[in-house]
Design a protein around this ligand. Structure first.
Ligand SMILES: [Zn+2]
Length: 402
C-alpha cells in the first residue's frame, strides 16, 4: 500500500492475519446471551471481552452497576504522548433479544454472511474495536492513549451508562462508535465494495403519560364518571399532529392502554410517546408542546401527568465530525471500499458523546443489516477491512490532533 507509513502498514498487516480469530471471538460474543435486562448475561459478555483484553496485556477496569450490566473499560496507556486525552472506542454489549435467543438461533455462517442475535448490532463492532486495541498493544505506532468502553444498556436508552459515556467523552479527544455500517441500497459488498456510514442521527425522547378520571357504572351512573380514555383519545391526533417531516420531527403514540371493565367509565388511561428531532434546539420546544397537550384536560375533571422514561441526544454534524468522516473515507479507500454517509432517524450513544463537544464518528462497524430482527446479518468479508480502516483512522486522527 503506497499511501501508508511503515507503522500503518505494520498495524494493518497484523489485523489482516486475524480474520479467523475475529470470527472466533464474534462467535463467542454472539453465543453469549446478553439482552439489556439480563445483567448476568451482559456481564458475561463483558467477561469475554475482558479476558481478550487481558490476554493482550491491557488494563481492564470494571464500573459495576447494581441493576444493569457493568461497564468495561480497557486502556492502552501512552506515557510518551504530548496530549494525554485518549481516543475513545465505544460500543454496547446488549441486544434487543429475549433470553435464550442464542440457544434457539446460535452463530452461523451461510453464503458469506454471519447470523445470530446481535451479530451486527453490535457484537462485530466490539470485535473489531477489541482487535484494533490489541493491534496497537502488539505493534505500537499510535501517538495517543486508547480507551475502549463497552456498555450494557444502549438498546434501552442507556439509563445506567449515559453518565459513564459522557465522562469518557469529556476525557477523550475523539470517539469512534462501531455500530454497524450498511450496504447502500441495491449494492452487494463482494461485487461493489460500497459501505454507508452515519453522518448524523436524530435525538429521541421516550415518554409516558398517565391520565386520571373518575370511575362510574356505565349503565346506572354514566353522567357521574370522568373518562380518562376520552381525554387520552382526543389528545392522540394533537400529539401526532406535532410531526413535521420537513424539519425531521416525528411524534408517535406507539402504545396506549386504560380502563377497568367494559361497563365502567374509565378511571385511568396511559400512553407512550416517541419524539424524534434533529437539532438540540428543537428538543425543548417540542417537549413543552407535548407536555401542554397532555396536561391540559379535554374532559373537565380529568388530569394527566407526563414523565420522560428515556432519551438519546442527536448526533449533529460539525466541522470536526466532517474531518473524521474524510479520514475514515480515505482509510477505507485503501481497501477498495467507497464510503458514503447518510442521516438516520435511529438513535445511539454517539449522540451523548457529540453533545459533550467530542468529535464523534458513528457506524464504522463491519457491514450489517436487518438489525433487531431474526434476519440480522453481517457481511463476513467486511470484518477485516472495517478493522483496518478503523485502525488507520485512529492513527491518523490521533496524529492530526497531537
Ligand atoms: Zn446498536
Amino acid at each position: 500500500m503506497p499511501d501508508m507509513t511503515p507503522e500503518e502498514a505494520k498495524v494493518t498487516a497484523w489485523l489482516a492475519g486475524k480474520k479467523d480469530a475475529m470470527i472466533a471471538l464474534l462467535r463467542d460474543m454472539v453465543d453469549t446471551d446478553s439482552g439489556s435486562y439480563d445483567k448476568a448475561g451482559v456481564d458475561r459478555a463483558g467477561q469475554v471481552l475482558a479476558r481478550f483484553h487481558e490476554k493482550n496485556g491491557l488494563l481492564v477496569e470494571i464500573e459495576a452497576d447494581a441493576v444493569y450490566g457493568d461497564a468495561v473499560k480497557a486502556r492502552l496507556p501512552n506515557p510518551a504522548a504530548n496530549d494525554q486525552r485518549p481516543v475513545l472506542l465505544l460500543g454496547h454489549r446488549d441486544t434487543v433479544f429475549p433470553k435464550g435467543e442464542p440457544e434457539r438461533r446460535p452463530f452461523t455462517i451461510k453464503n458469506g454472511r454471519a447470523y445470530g442475535p446481535g451479530v451486527a448490532d453490535m457484537k462485530a463492532g466490539l470485535v473489531i474495536e477489541a482487535f484494533v486495541v490489541a493491534a496497537f498493544a502488539e505493534c505500537g505506532g499510535l501517538s495517543a492513549p486508547l480507551l475502549m468502553l463497552t456498555t450494557s444498556d444502549e438498546e434501552i436508552a442507556s439509563p445506567s451508562s449515559r453518565p459513564i459515556i459522557e465522562a469518557a467523552a469529556r476525557e477523550a479527544r475523539c470517539v469512534f462508535n462501531a455500530e454497524p455500517s450498511r450496504l447502500p441500497a441495491g449494492s452487494e459488498f463482494a461485487r461493489d465494495r460500497r459501505q454507508s456510514i452515519t453522518s448524523g442521527r436524530k435525538g429521541g425522547v421516550f415518554m409516558r403519560a398517565e391520565f386520571v378520571g373518575k370511575a362510574a357504572h356505565s349503565g346506572a351512573n354514566f353522567d357521574k364518571g370522568i373518562s380518562a380514555i376520552v381525554d387520552l383519545g382526543g389528545k392522540i391526533p394533537k400529539l401526532q399532529g406535532l410531526s413535521d417531516l420537513e424539519r425531521g420531527v416525528t411524534v408517535n403514540v406507539g402504545l396506549i392502554g386504560g380502563g377497568q371493565t367494559v361497563n365502567t367509565v374509565a378511571p385511568s388511561a396511559w400512553c407512550e410517546i416517541d419524539l424524534r428531532y434533529v437539532t438540540a434546539r428543537q428538543r425543548g420546544e417540542l417537549v413543552s408542546a407535548i407536555r401542554a397537550i397532555i396536561e391540559t384536560p379535554d374532559v373537565p375533571g380529568s388530569s394527566a401527568k407526563l414523565t420522560i422514561k428515556g432519551e438519546f441526544l442527536p448526533l449533529e454534524r460539525s466541522p470536526e465530525s466532517a474531518a473524521l468522516f474524510e479520514t475514515y473515507r480515505d482509510a477505507a479507500a485503501s481497501y477498495g471500499i467507497s464510503v458514503t454517509a447518510e442521516f438516520t432517524g435511529g438513535c445511539a450513544d454517539s449522540g451523548f458523546t457529540a453533545a459533550q463537544g467530542c468529535p464523534t464518528l458513528c457506524s464504522i462497524g463491519p457491514i450489517g443489516g436487518m438489525a433487531h430482527t431474526p434476519d440480522e446479518f453481517l457481511e463476513i468479508e467486511s470484518i477485516v477491512p472495517a478493522a483496518q480502516a478503523l485502525a488507520l483512522s485512529v492513527m491518523r486522527t490521533a496524529a492530526r490532533m497531537e
